[in-house]
Design a protein around this ligand. Structure first.
Ligand SMILES: [Zn+2]
Length: 86
């Protein structure tokens, strides 16, 4: 690990920013690293990663509005609800 660990809440906030179209390479890397060690967040990410890829294709292929809206709603729900249910 070369970067400090990111909490699940912190990661969800980053994902929310990503869905708003505000994602840089460093943030992207944090998201991917966290997802590799956190099945809960990986599951959240998998929903829209399957559609476009969370990082690699983000700049070239913006999420369809419907997918983005759905994913944003889910991420914000998780942020409001607190820690992910295990
Ligand atoms: Zn997590």
């Amino acid at each position: 690990m070369t970067t400090p660990p990111v909490s699940c809440d912190g990661l969800l906030a980053k994902i929310s920013a990503y869905l708003d179209g505000d994602l840089n390479a460093a943030t992207c890397e944090q998201i991917e690293q966290h997802a590799q060690t956190c099945p809960d967040c990986a599951r959240v990410i998998a929903d829209f990663r399957a559609t476009t890829g969370i990082c690699r294709q983000a700049a070239d292929a913006p999420l369809p509005d419907a997918v983005r809206a759905k994913a944003q709603a889910r991420v914000r729900e998780l942020l409001v609800r607190g820690p992910l249910v295990r």
